[in-house]
Design a protein around this ligand. Structure first.
Ligand code: ADP
Ligand code: MG
Length: 434
Protein backbone atom coordinates (compact mmCIF):
# COMPACT_ATOMS: atom_id res chain seq x y z
CA UNK A 1 0.00 0.00 0.00
CA UNK A 2 1.12 3.50 -0.63
CA UNK A 3 2.96 5.14 2.21
CA UNK A 4 0.75 8.23 2.04
CA UNK A 5 -2.41 6.22 2.53
CA UNK A 6 -0.84 4.46 5.49
CA UNK A 7 0.09 7.88 6.89
CA UNK A 8 -3.47 9.07 6.65
CA UNK A 9 -4.69 5.92 8.32
CA UNK A 10 -2.19 6.48 11.15
CA UNK A 11 -3.40 10.02 11.61
CA UNK A 12 -6.97 8.84 11.61
CA UNK A 13 -6.22 6.22 14.25
CA UNK A 14 -4.49 8.75 16.42
CA UNK A 15 -7.50 11.06 16.33
CA UNK A 16 -9.84 8.18 17.05
CA UNK A 17 -7.63 7.18 19.96
CA UNK A 18 -7.78 10.67 21.40
CA UNK A 19 -11.50 10.84 20.94
CA UNK A 20 -12.16 7.46 22.59
CA UNK A 21 -9.78 8.53 25.31
CA UNK A 22 -9.58 5.06 26.78
CA UNK A 23 -6.45 3.09 25.96
CA UNK A 24 -7.99 -0.26 26.83
CA UNK A 25 -10.99 0.23 24.57
CA UNK A 26 -8.78 1.52 21.82
CA UNK A 27 -6.37 -1.40 22.09
CA UNK A 28 -9.17 -3.92 22.14
CA UNK A 29 -11.43 -2.64 19.42
CA UNK A 30 -9.49 -0.35 17.11
CA UNK A 31 -5.92 -1.62 17.11
CA UNK A 32 -6.75 -5.04 15.67
CA UNK A 33 -8.35 -3.36 12.66
CA UNK A 34 -6.18 -3.60 9.57
CA UNK A 35 -6.37 -1.13 6.70
CA UNK A 36 -6.50 -2.78 3.29
CA UNK A 37 -7.04 0.23 1.08
CA UNK A 38 -8.54 3.66 0.75
CA UNK A 39 -10.07 4.26 -2.63
CA UNK A 40 -12.05 7.37 -3.39
CA UNK A 41 -14.35 7.53 -0.43
CA UNK A 42 -14.27 3.84 0.46
CA UNK A 43 -12.13 2.65 3.32
CA UNK A 44 -11.63 -1.08 3.19
CA UNK A 45 -10.63 -2.70 6.45
CA UNK A 46 -10.11 -6.16 7.81
CA UNK A 47 -11.26 -7.11 11.30
CA UNK A 48 -10.22 -10.26 13.16
CA UNK A 49 -13.54 -12.10 13.17
CA UNK A 50 -17.25 -11.98 12.74
CA UNK A 51 -17.85 -11.87 16.49
CA UNK A 52 -15.54 -8.87 16.65
CA UNK A 53 -17.87 -6.90 14.45
CA UNK A 54 -20.64 -6.70 17.03
CA UNK A 55 -18.41 -4.77 19.40
CA UNK A 56 -16.65 -2.89 16.69
CA UNK A 57 -19.91 -1.59 15.29
CA UNK A 58 -20.19 1.54 17.48
CA UNK A 59 -16.73 2.64 16.36
CA UNK A 60 -17.58 2.70 12.69
CA UNK A 61 -19.37 6.02 13.12
CA UNK A 62 -16.38 7.47 14.94
CA UNK A 63 -14.00 6.33 12.21
CA UNK A 64 -16.21 7.93 9.59
CA UNK A 65 -16.54 11.21 11.48
CA UNK A 66 -12.84 11.48 12.21
CA UNK A 67 -12.04 10.79 8.58
CA UNK A 68 -14.48 13.50 7.65
CA UNK A 69 -12.83 15.94 10.06
CA UNK A 70 -9.41 15.53 8.49
CA UNK A 71 -10.43 15.24 4.87
CA UNK A 72 -13.83 16.89 4.50
CA UNK A 73 -15.09 13.69 2.84
CA UNK A 74 -17.58 11.35 4.51
CA UNK A 75 -16.37 7.83 3.69
CA UNK A 76 -18.03 4.45 3.39
CA UNK A 77 -16.51 1.65 5.40
CA UNK A 78 -16.20 -1.77 3.82
CA UNK A 79 -15.44 -4.62 6.20
CA UNK A 80 -13.85 -7.96 5.37
CA UNK A 81 -12.75 -10.89 7.59
CA UNK A 82 -9.65 -13.03 7.30
CA UNK A 83 -10.24 -16.62 6.30
CA UNK A 84 -9.11 -17.86 9.66
CA UNK A 85 -10.17 -15.62 12.52
CA UNK A 86 -7.80 -15.24 15.39
CA UNK A 87 -9.84 -14.71 18.53
CA UNK A 88 -6.81 -15.11 20.75
CA UNK A 89 -5.38 -11.89 19.38
CA UNK A 90 -7.88 -10.05 21.51
CA UNK A 91 -6.54 -11.43 24.74
CA UNK A 92 -2.88 -10.81 24.24
CA UNK A 93 -2.73 -7.10 23.67
CA UNK A 94 -0.06 -4.99 25.24
CA UNK A 95 -0.18 -1.25 25.55
CA UNK A 96 2.26 -0.12 22.94
CA UNK A 97 4.23 3.06 22.44
CA UNK A 98 3.65 5.58 19.70
CA UNK A 99 6.59 5.08 17.31
CA UNK A 100 6.82 8.82 16.70
CA UNK A 101 7.42 9.64 20.38
CA UNK A 102 11.17 9.13 20.52
CA UNK A 103 14.03 11.27 21.81
CA UNK A 104 15.19 11.80 18.23
CA UNK A 105 11.85 13.37 17.39
CA UNK A 106 11.72 15.54 20.48
CA UNK A 107 12.79 19.14 19.93
CA UNK A 108 14.72 20.58 22.85
CA UNK A 109 14.32 24.25 23.72
CA UNK A 110 14.59 26.45 26.81
CA UNK A 111 11.02 25.45 27.72
CA UNK A 112 11.80 21.78 28.15
CA UNK A 113 15.54 21.20 28.25
CA UNK A 114 15.60 20.25 31.92
CA UNK A 115 12.73 17.81 31.51
CA UNK A 116 14.46 16.37 28.47
CA UNK A 117 17.84 16.04 30.20
CA UNK A 118 16.29 14.39 33.24
CA UNK A 119 14.29 11.98 31.06
CA UNK A 120 17.41 11.01 29.16
CA UNK A 121 19.31 10.54 32.40
CA UNK A 122 16.77 8.11 33.87
CA UNK A 123 16.54 6.28 30.55
CA UNK A 124 20.33 5.84 30.49
CA UNK A 125 20.74 4.83 34.12
CA UNK A 126 17.44 3.72 35.60
CA UNK A 127 17.10 3.90 39.38
CA UNK A 128 20.34 5.80 39.79
CA UNK A 129 19.85 9.49 39.17
CA UNK A 130 16.39 10.76 39.99
CA UNK A 131 13.78 8.54 41.54
CA UNK A 132 10.99 9.19 41.00
CA UNK A 133 11.18 11.60 38.11
CA UNK A 134 8.05 13.72 38.12
CA UNK A 135 7.25 15.66 34.91
CA UNK A 136 4.48 18.21 34.90
CA UNK A 137 3.04 20.84 32.59
CA UNK A 138 -0.02 21.94 30.62
CA UNK A 139 -1.84 20.01 27.94
CA UNK A 140 0.05 19.25 24.76
CA UNK A 141 3.50 20.29 25.97
CA UNK A 142 5.19 16.92 25.47
CA UNK A 143 4.86 14.94 28.71
CA UNK A 144 3.53 11.81 27.05
CA UNK A 145 6.07 12.19 24.26
CA UNK A 146 8.97 12.29 26.74
CA UNK A 147 7.68 9.37 28.80
CA UNK A 148 7.27 7.21 25.74
CA UNK A 149 10.70 8.31 24.50
CA UNK A 150 12.10 6.89 27.74
CA UNK A 151 10.14 3.72 26.99
CA UNK A 152 11.57 3.39 23.47
CA UNK A 153 15.09 4.11 24.63
CA UNK A 154 15.07 1.59 27.46
CA UNK A 155 13.43 -1.09 25.30
CA UNK A 156 16.05 -0.68 22.61
CA UNK A 157 19.01 -0.80 24.98
CA UNK A 158 18.17 -3.53 27.44
CA UNK A 159 15.90 -6.39 28.35
CA UNK A 160 14.61 -4.99 31.58
CA UNK A 161 10.90 -5.08 32.07
CA UNK A 162 9.48 -1.65 31.44
CA UNK A 163 5.82 -0.70 31.59
CA UNK A 164 4.20 2.50 30.38
CA UNK A 165 0.57 3.15 31.26
CA UNK A 166 -1.73 6.11 31.61
CA UNK A 167 -2.91 6.16 35.21
CA UNK A 168 -6.50 5.86 34.09
CA UNK A 169 -5.63 2.43 32.84
CA UNK A 170 -3.99 1.59 36.17
CA UNK A 171 -7.20 2.64 37.93
CA UNK A 172 -9.45 0.65 35.59
CA UNK A 173 -7.33 -2.46 35.88
CA UNK A 174 -7.24 -2.19 39.62
CA UNK A 175 -11.02 -1.83 39.85
CA UNK A 176 -11.51 -4.75 37.46
CA UNK A 177 -9.14 -6.87 39.55
CA UNK A 178 -11.20 -6.21 42.67
CA UNK A 179 -14.33 -7.20 40.85
CA UNK A 180 -12.74 -10.37 39.48
CA UNK A 181 -10.99 -11.16 42.75
CA UNK A 182 -7.61 -11.08 41.03
CA UNK A 183 -5.92 -8.28 42.96
CA UNK A 184 -2.97 -10.60 43.67
CA UNK A 185 -2.34 -10.88 39.92
CA UNK A 186 -2.63 -7.14 39.49
CA UNK A 187 -0.24 -6.59 42.39
CA UNK A 188 2.35 -9.02 41.05
CA UNK A 189 2.16 -7.56 37.60
CA UNK A 190 3.13 -4.08 38.71
CA UNK A 191 5.56 -5.18 41.39
CA UNK A 192 7.50 -7.35 39.00
CA UNK A 193 8.53 -4.49 36.70
CA UNK A 194 11.95 -2.88 36.61
CA UNK A 195 10.83 0.45 35.26
CA UNK A 196 7.38 1.95 35.70
CA UNK A 197 6.09 4.96 33.77
CA UNK A 198 2.67 6.25 34.78
CA UNK A 199 1.22 9.03 32.69
CA UNK A 200 -1.29 11.58 34.01
CA UNK A 201 -0.98 10.37 37.58
CA UNK A 202 -3.39 13.09 38.77
CA UNK A 203 -6.16 10.83 37.60
CA UNK A 204 -5.77 8.68 40.72
CA UNK A 205 -6.52 11.65 42.98
CA UNK A 206 -9.66 11.14 45.02
CA UNK A 207 -9.71 7.42 44.29
CA UNK A 208 -8.87 6.04 47.70
CA UNK A 209 -8.46 2.35 46.97
CA UNK A 210 -6.25 2.96 43.98
CA UNK A 211 -4.10 5.48 45.84
CA UNK A 212 -3.60 2.97 48.63
CA UNK A 213 -2.61 0.28 46.15
CA UNK A 214 -0.32 2.62 44.27
CA UNK A 215 1.32 3.73 47.50
CA UNK A 216 2.37 0.14 48.22
CA UNK A 217 3.46 -0.48 44.64
CA UNK A 218 5.54 2.69 44.77
CA UNK A 219 7.23 1.70 48.03
CA UNK A 220 7.89 -1.82 46.81
CA UNK A 221 9.57 -0.65 43.61
CA UNK A 222 11.37 2.23 45.25
CA UNK A 223 12.89 -0.02 47.92
CA UNK A 224 14.18 -2.28 45.19
CA UNK A 225 15.67 0.75 43.40
CA UNK A 226 13.44 0.33 40.39
CA UNK A 227 12.94 3.50 38.36
CA UNK A 228 9.59 5.29 38.53
CA UNK A 229 8.56 8.16 36.23
CA UNK A 230 5.29 10.04 36.67
CA UNK A 231 3.60 12.84 34.78
CA UNK A 232 0.84 15.23 35.68
CA UNK A 233 -0.72 18.52 34.71
CA UNK A 234 0.36 20.05 38.04
CA UNK A 235 3.18 19.70 40.57
CA UNK A 236 2.43 17.10 43.29
CA UNK A 237 1.45 19.63 45.97
CA UNK A 238 -1.20 21.20 43.76
CA UNK A 239 -2.98 18.00 42.82
CA UNK A 240 -6.28 18.13 44.66
CA UNK A 241 -7.30 15.07 46.67
CA UNK A 242 -3.95 13.41 46.33
CA UNK A 243 -2.99 11.76 49.64
CA UNK A 244 -0.23 13.58 51.55
CA UNK A 245 1.99 10.52 51.75
CA UNK A 246 1.90 10.25 47.96
CA UNK A 247 2.60 13.96 47.51
CA UNK A 248 5.69 13.65 49.67
CA UNK A 249 6.93 10.55 47.86
CA UNK A 250 6.42 12.17 44.48
CA UNK A 251 8.73 14.94 45.65
CA UNK A 252 11.52 12.62 46.77
CA UNK A 253 13.27 12.61 43.42
CA UNK A 254 13.19 15.38 40.86
CA UNK A 255 10.12 17.43 40.02
CA UNK A 256 10.53 19.25 36.72
CA UNK A 257 8.16 21.21 34.53
CA UNK A 258 7.58 21.67 30.83
CA UNK A 259 6.80 25.22 29.79
CA UNK A 260 5.09 26.65 26.75
CA UNK A 261 7.64 26.66 23.90
CA UNK A 262 8.97 29.96 22.54
CA UNK A 263 8.71 30.95 18.89
CA UNK A 264 11.98 29.34 17.77
CA UNK A 265 11.16 26.05 19.47
CA UNK A 266 7.71 26.03 17.92
CA UNK A 267 9.24 26.57 14.50
CA UNK A 268 11.66 23.70 15.07
CA UNK A 269 8.85 21.43 16.26
CA UNK A 270 6.75 22.23 13.19
CA UNK A 271 9.70 21.48 10.92
CA UNK A 272 10.31 18.19 12.69
CA UNK A 273 6.65 17.19 12.41
CA UNK A 274 6.59 18.13 8.71
CA UNK A 275 9.66 16.02 8.10
CA UNK A 276 8.01 13.04 9.80
CA UNK A 277 4.93 13.48 7.65
CA UNK A 278 6.75 14.10 4.40
CA UNK A 279 5.08 17.47 4.17
CA UNK A 280 6.89 20.37 2.62
CA UNK A 281 5.90 23.70 4.02
CA UNK A 282 7.57 27.01 3.14
CA UNK A 283 9.21 29.06 5.90
CA UNK A 284 6.51 31.68 5.61
CA UNK A 285 3.85 29.13 6.42
CA UNK A 286 5.88 27.58 9.22
CA UNK A 287 6.30 31.02 10.82
CA UNK A 288 2.65 31.81 10.26
CA UNK A 289 1.49 28.70 12.12
CA UNK A 290 4.01 29.31 14.93
CA UNK A 291 2.57 32.78 15.41
CA UNK A 292 -1.00 31.58 15.46
CA UNK A 293 -0.67 28.62 17.82
CA UNK A 294 1.30 29.34 20.90
CA UNK A 295 0.40 27.21 23.85
CA UNK A 296 -0.43 23.69 22.76
CA UNK A 297 1.67 21.60 20.41
CA UNK A 298 -1.14 19.13 19.96
CA UNK A 299 -3.07 21.81 18.08
CA UNK A 300 -0.09 22.39 15.80
CA UNK A 301 -0.10 18.71 15.11
CA UNK A 302 -3.81 18.78 14.29
CA UNK A 303 -3.17 21.51 11.74
CA UNK A 304 -0.34 19.63 10.05
CA UNK A 305 -2.40 16.43 9.95
CA UNK A 306 -5.21 18.26 8.31
CA UNK A 307 -2.77 19.70 5.74
CA UNK A 308 -1.39 16.24 5.03
CA UNK A 309 -4.85 14.82 4.48
CA UNK A 310 -5.84 17.69 2.21
CA UNK A 311 -2.73 17.66 0.09
CA UNK A 312 -1.95 13.96 -0.10
CA UNK A 313 -5.45 12.61 -0.14
CA UNK A 314 -7.37 15.29 -1.93
CA UNK A 315 -4.56 16.76 -3.97
CA UNK A 316 -5.18 20.31 -2.78
CA UNK A 317 -2.44 22.85 -2.88
CA UNK A 318 -1.10 24.35 0.34
CA UNK A 319 -1.88 28.02 0.55
CA UNK A 320 -2.94 30.48 3.21
CA UNK A 321 -6.61 29.69 2.76
CA UNK A 322 -6.04 26.01 3.40
CA UNK A 323 -3.91 26.78 6.45
CA UNK A 324 -6.49 29.16 7.86
CA UNK A 325 -9.13 26.52 7.33
CA UNK A 326 -7.03 23.98 9.19
CA UNK A 327 -6.41 26.43 12.04
CA UNK A 328 -10.08 27.18 12.32
CA UNK A 329 -10.88 23.49 12.35
CA UNK A 330 -8.58 22.68 15.26
CA UNK A 331 -9.84 25.69 17.19
CA UNK A 332 -13.41 24.63 16.64
CA UNK A 333 -12.57 21.17 17.82
CA UNK A 334 -11.00 22.67 20.88
CA UNK A 335 -14.14 24.70 21.51
CA UNK A 336 -16.25 21.59 21.08
CA UNK A 337 -14.20 19.88 23.72
CA UNK A 338 -14.69 22.78 26.05
CA UNK A 339 -18.40 22.76 25.48
CA UNK A 340 -18.73 19.23 26.61
CA UNK A 341 -16.12 18.46 29.16
CA UNK A 342 -15.53 21.42 31.34
CA UNK A 343 -17.10 21.11 34.79
CA UNK A 344 -15.36 24.27 35.88
CA UNK A 345 -17.18 26.24 33.24
CA UNK A 346 -20.52 24.71 34.21
CA UNK A 347 -19.96 25.74 37.82
CA UNK A 348 -18.90 29.24 36.73
CA UNK A 349 -21.89 29.82 34.50
CA UNK A 350 -24.39 28.39 36.97
CA UNK A 351 -23.02 30.43 39.87
CA UNK A 352 -23.03 33.57 37.75
CA UNK A 353 -26.65 32.97 36.74
CA UNK A 354 -27.68 32.84 40.39
CA UNK A 355 -25.45 35.65 41.64
CA UNK A 356 -23.23 33.25 43.56
CA UNK A 357 -19.53 32.44 43.44
CA UNK A 358 -18.11 29.07 42.34
CA UNK A 359 -16.90 28.62 45.92
CA UNK A 360 -20.50 28.94 47.17
CA UNK A 361 -21.61 26.25 44.78
CA UNK A 362 -18.84 23.91 45.81
CA UNK A 363 -19.18 24.65 49.54
CA UNK A 364 -20.92 22.59 52.20
CA UNK A 365 -23.46 25.34 52.86
CA UNK A 366 -26.95 23.97 53.27
CA UNK A 367 -29.00 27.08 52.47
CA UNK A 368 -31.81 26.88 50.03
CA UNK A 369 -30.57 29.53 47.58
CA UNK A 370 -27.31 27.63 47.22
CA UNK A 371 -28.61 24.07 47.30
CA UNK A 372 -30.72 24.40 44.17
CA UNK A 373 -28.01 26.00 41.97
CA UNK A 374 -25.56 23.41 43.26
CA UNK A 375 -27.91 20.63 42.22
CA UNK A 376 -28.42 22.27 38.84
CA UNK A 377 -24.67 22.41 38.31
CA UNK A 378 -24.40 18.73 39.23
CA UNK A 379 -27.27 17.90 36.91
CA UNK A 380 -25.64 19.73 34.00
CA UNK A 381 -22.28 18.15 34.71
CA UNK A 382 -23.91 14.78 34.41
CA UNK A 383 -25.93 15.68 31.37
CA UNK A 384 -23.45 17.65 29.30
CA UNK A 385 -20.26 15.72 29.99
CA UNK A 386 -19.08 12.13 30.05
CA UNK A 387 -17.59 12.65 33.48
CA UNK A 388 -18.30 9.86 35.95
CA UNK A 389 -20.39 10.52 39.07
CA UNK A 390 -17.29 10.07 41.17
CA UNK A 391 -15.26 12.60 39.25
CA UNK A 392 -18.11 15.09 39.37
CA UNK A 393 -18.32 14.57 43.13
CA UNK A 394 -14.60 15.34 43.38
CA UNK A 395 -14.98 18.57 41.42
CA UNK A 396 -17.65 19.62 43.90
CA UNK A 397 -15.13 19.58 46.71
CA UNK A 398 -15.18 15.88 47.31
CA UNK A 399 -18.84 15.28 47.91
CA UNK A 400 -20.18 11.76 47.70
CA UNK A 401 -21.16 10.37 44.29
CA UNK A 402 -24.63 9.49 45.63
CA UNK A 403 -25.16 13.21 46.29
CA UNK A 404 -24.54 13.87 42.60
CA UNK A 405 -26.89 11.12 41.54
CA UNK A 406 -29.56 12.40 43.91
CA UNK A 407 -29.18 15.95 42.54
CA UNK A 408 -29.35 14.69 38.98
CA UNK A 409 -32.57 12.75 39.54
CA UNK A 410 -34.16 15.52 41.52
CA UNK A 411 -33.55 18.21 38.89
CA UNK A 412 -34.59 15.88 36.10
CA UNK A 413 -37.94 15.35 37.84
CA UNK A 414 -38.37 19.02 38.68
CA UNK A 415 -37.83 20.09 35.06
CA UNK A 416 -40.78 17.99 33.98
CA UNK A 417 -43.11 19.78 36.36
CA UNK A 418 -41.67 23.27 36.59
CA UNK A 419 -41.66 25.26 33.35
CA UNK A 420 -39.82 28.16 34.99
CA UNK A 421 -36.97 26.03 36.13
CA UNK A 422 -36.82 24.38 32.74
CA UNK A 423 -36.38 27.79 31.08
CA UNK A 424 -33.68 28.78 33.53
CA UNK A 425 -31.74 25.62 32.81
CA UNK A 426 -32.20 25.97 29.07
CA UNK A 427 -30.76 29.47 29.31
CA UNK A 428 -27.75 28.26 31.22
CA UNK A 429 -27.19 25.55 28.62
CA UNK A 430 -27.28 28.16 25.88
CA UNK A 431 -24.63 30.20 27.65
CA UNK A 432 -22.47 27.13 28.04
CA UNK A 433 -22.64 26.27 24.38
CA UNK A 434 -21.89 29.81 23.18
P1 ADP B 1 1.07 16.13 26.91
O1 ADP B 1 1.22 14.68 27.28
O2 ADP B 1 1.97 17.03 27.70
O3 ADP B 1 -0.35 16.61 26.92
P2 ADP B 1 2.02 15.20 24.36
O4 ADP B 1 3.27 14.55 24.79
O5 ADP B 1 0.86 14.33 24.03
O6 ADP B 1 1.55 16.30 25.42
O7 ADP B 1 2.34 16.16 23.14
C1 ADP B 1 1.38 16.61 22.22
C2 ADP B 1 1.96 16.59 20.84
O8 ADP B 1 2.97 17.57 20.74
C3 ADP B 1 2.63 15.27 20.53
O9 ADP B 1 2.36 14.91 19.22
C4 ADP B 1 4.11 15.53 20.70
O10 ADP B 1 4.89 14.74 19.82
C5 ADP B 1 4.20 16.99 20.35
N1 ADP B 1 5.28 17.67 21.05
C6 ADP B 1 5.22 18.34 22.23
N2 ADP B 1 6.41 18.83 22.57
C7 ADP B 1 7.25 18.48 21.59
C8 ADP B 1 8.65 18.70 21.34
N3 ADP B 1 9.40 19.40 22.20
N4 ADP B 1 9.19 18.20 20.21
C9 ADP B 1 8.44 17.52 19.34
N5 ADP B 1 7.13 17.27 19.50
C10 ADP B 1 6.54 17.74 20.61
MG1 MG C 1 -0.23 13.30 27.85
Amino acid sequence: MEKDIQNIWNILLKNVEERINNPRTFDLWIKPVKLLEINDNIIKIEIPSLSFERNFFPFIGILKEEFYKISGVMPEIEIVYPIESKEEQLHSFELSLNPEYTFENFVVGPCNHLAHAASLAVAQSPGVSYNPLFLYGGVGLGKTHLMQAIGHFVKSKSNIKIVYIPSEYFVNEFIASIKNKTTHIFRNKFRSVDFLLIDDIHFIAGKEGTQEEFFHTFNFLYDKRKQIVLSSDKPPKEIKFLEKRLVSRFEWGLVVDLQVPDFETRVAIIRKKCELRNLSLSDDFVFYISEKIKDNIRLIEGILNSLVANTLLLGREINKILIDEAIEKVYNLKKDEKKYINLKKIIEVVSESFGLTPEDIKSEKRVKNIILPRQIAMYLSRELTDTSLNSIAIEFNGKDHTTVLHAYKKIRNLIEKDKNLKDIIENIKKKLIE
